[in-house]
Design a protein around this ligand. Structure first.
Ligand SMILES: [Zn+2]
Ligand SMILES: [Zn+2]
Length: 348
């Protein structure tokens, strides 16, 4: 075992505090990564507070990890010492079920092994995430980071990026499509950038007209204020796809009215109950409502390569690890544009 240090929560009520722990030594297929940057995801806070009733403590959060390879196992093929590398939300899966065989490890039928708040497949050892100095991950669950991108702003691509990229690919987003992105936060701002880069006509759908200006800077062609009935009426039955990033339960029925015939809405933000869906809102217009979670490893690599080609990164605000509790507090109030990233050099 190798010594590691980072920040952890000890229970659902406590703040993040410095934490010493052990990680495994790299095995034959493992890559050891010195963590340079780690993004702060809303789910870090949800899991730390046990909002989903599945939390394991002590918990070292963090699944938007970018760093440099410091060691590789004897059988590692794609990475060498000194390479840039990324790790996202998962570090293992069964590797043989139909989902894994289809490069959709995030939907592993046995359950993927999450980067933190999980246990390793071959032991009871807790997995510890990226609010730490280094991480050891099997090569298959590591991705290459394009050298031309601003590294600190790459970190959020590993969760917020792939979470929005994957459903856009699933609906074959491209020229000629009208795509709406609902909610302008960590996920939504990436959704706007990707949908625009894929060639779609992009509409930012928000409750707050103030956010409109910034959405245009990010690439939105139009703004739709969802609280304005006239605006909603103007866009009725016109969208091919809606990317719904709202992180809490809400009424999706008004949004279904924006979809045209065969239109689809993909839910990526909310894990808790949503208000009842009126069947007629799906039936009349043959509309679909689906959910999408992160992306498989192959698609995560494709997303990073796409970002390298189109020069896409997240809009980030840097924080020191010592200020991480304050950053969580601000994130709770939506006071971030659009993602906090921890500079892990501040860990000391
Ligand atoms: Zn996340
Ligand atoms: Zn599987």
């Amino acid at each position: 075992m190798a010594h590691a240090h980072g920040y952890a929560v000890k229970d659902a009520q406590s703040p993040l505090v410095p934490f010493q722990f052990e990680r495994r030594e790299p095995g034959p297929h493992d890559v050891c990564i010195d963590i340079l940057y780690c993004g702060i995801c809303h789910s870090d806070l949800h899991q730390a507070r046990d909002d989903w009733s599945n939390s394991l403590y002590p918990m070292v959060p963090g699944h938007e990890i970018v760093g440099r390879v410091t060691a590789v196992g004897a059988h590692v093929k794609k990475y060498k010492v000194g390479d840039l590398a990324g790790v996202g939300c998962m570090v293992d899966s069964c590797r043989h079920c139909s989902a894994c065989a289809a490069d959709l490890e995030q939907y592993c039928e046995e359950g993927a092994t999450w980067t933190y708040n999980g246990t390793e497949r071959n032991s009871d050892q807790l997995t510890f995430g990226g609010y730490s100095d280094h991480i050891v991950v099997e090569e298959h669950f590591v991705v290459k980071v394009p050298e031309n991108l601003d590294l600190k702003a790459v970190a959020p691509l590993l969760c917020a990026g792939i979470t929005t990229y994957s459903p856009l690919r699933y609906v074959k987003a491209g020229p000629g499509q009208k795509i709406g992105v609902i909610g302008l936060g960590g996920l939504g701002h990436m959704g706007v950038k990707f949908a625009k880069a894929m060639g779609a006509h992009v509409v930012m759908i928000t409750t707050s007209p103030d956010k409109g200006k910034d959405a245009k800077r990010l690439g939105a062609d139009e703004i739709l204020v969802s609280r304005d009935p006239a605006d909603m009426h103007k866009h009725a039955n016109s969208f091919d796809f809606l990317l719904n990033t709202i992180p809490v339960g809400h009424d999706v029925n008004p949004y279904l009215g924006l979809l045209k015939l065969d239109g689809k809405m993909g839910m990526v933000g909310v894990l808790t109950p949503i208000d009842p869906v009126i069947g007629g809102n799906l039936i009349f217009g043959r509309k679909s409502l689906f959910g999408s979670g992160i992306g498989g490893m192959a698609e995560t690599q494709e997303m990073l390569d796409f970002c390298g080609q189109h020069n896409i990164v997240a809009d980030v605000e840097m924080v020191s690890i010592k200020d991480v509790n304050q950053a969580w507090h601000r994130m709770e109030k939506n006071d971030v544009r659009y993602r906090f990233v921890i500079d892990m050099a501040t860990l000391g």
